[in-house]
Design a protein around this ligand. Structure first.
Ligand SMILES: [Zn+2]
Length: 229
C-alpha cells in the first residue's frame, strides 16, 4: 500500500476535487467528522474519499453494504464522479479534438481527469483493506477497474492531445527493433542489385577501372617494347 503514496503526492492537487465536490453535493445530513491535525494530506484525503464512497453506497436503491460491494459499483461510482469533473475532454466531432490548448471554448463535456481517478482508486483500495476488507475481494483491485482506467487514459490522451510519458517510452523502445529495421535492410539490398545492373555499382566501377588501367599499361608496355626493337 505504501506504493500508492508517491503517486498520490504528484496527483494530489488535481485529485482533491474528485470526491470533495461530490461530498458537498450529496450529504448535507452528515457533516464529515472533525479530523486530528496530525493526519497527512494523503491520509485525510483517503478518509474523505472513503466516507464519500460509503455515502454513495448507502444512497443506492436499495442501499449496498460493503460486503455486497463489487467492481461494478466502483465503476458506477467513477462514472458518477464525472459530473463533478473539471477536465475538458473533446468529442471526436469537435474541431479542437487532439489540441492541448484550444484557442476558443467548446461544448464538449467536463470529466474527471484520468490522473485524479487513478490516484483515487489507489486511496480507496488502501482504505478498503484498512477498514477490514480482504485483499482477495478488494473491488478496487479488480482487473475491470484497471481496464476502465486504461481506457480513460487513452481516450483523454487522444482527445486532449497530451501524451502520457510512460506509454510513449515503451512504444519508442519497441518500434526501431520490430518495425523499422528489417524493411530498410531489404530496401538497401534490392537497391544495391538494381544499381549494379544499371552500371552504377560503386564496387563494380572500382574494379573495372583498375582492370582497364592495367590493360592500358600492358598495351603501352608492348608498344614500347616493339618500338625499341
Ligand atoms: Zn471540444
Amino acid at each position: 500500500m505504501s506504493s500508492e503514496k508517491p503517486k498520490d503526492s504528484a496527483e494530489a492537487s488535481s485529485s482533491r476535487s474528485a470526491t470533495t465536490v461530490a461530498d458537498h453535493n450529496h450529504n448535507h445530513q452528515q457533516p464529515p467528522p472533525p479530523q486530528p491535525a496530525t493526519l497527512s494530506r494523503y491520509e485525510s484525503q483517503k478518509r474523505r474519499d472513503w466516507n464519500t464512497f460509503g455515502q454513495y453506497l448507502r444512497n443506492q436503491r436499495p442501499p449496498v453494504s460493503l460486503s455486497q460491494c463489487n467492481c461494478n459499483h466502483v465503476l458506477e461510482f467513477l462514472r458518477y464522479l464525472d459530473q463533478f469533473g473539471k477536465t475538458k475532454v473533446h468529442l471526436h466531432g469537435c474541431v479542437f479534438f487532439g489540441q492541448p490548448d484550444p484557442p476558443a471554448p467548446c461544448t464538449c463535456p467536463l470529466r474527471q481527469a484520468w490522473g485524479s481517478l487513478d490516484a483515487l482508486i489507489g486511496r480507496l483500495r488502501a482504505a478498503y483493506e484498512e477498514n477490514g476488507g480482504s485483499p482477495e475481494t478488494n473491488p478496487f483491485g479488480n482487473g475491470a477497474i484497471r481496464v476502465y482506467l486504461r481506457e480513460v487514459k487513452e481516450c483523454q490522451s487522444k482527445a486532449r492531445g497530451i501524451p502520457y510519458k510512460k506509454k510513449k517510452k515503451k512504444k519508442n523502445m519497441i518500434k526501431p527493433n520490430h518495425e523499422l529495421k528489417p524493411p530498410k535492410q531489404n530496401m538497401e539490398k534490392v537497391n544495391w542489385k538494381a544499381r549494379c545492373w544499371e552500371g552504377k555499382c560503386p564496387k563494380f566501377h572500382f574494379y573495372f577501372n583498375i582492370w582497364n588501367s592495367l590493360l592500358i599499361y600492358i598495351k603501352l608496355y608492348h608498344k614500347l617494347e616493339s618500338s625499341l626493337k
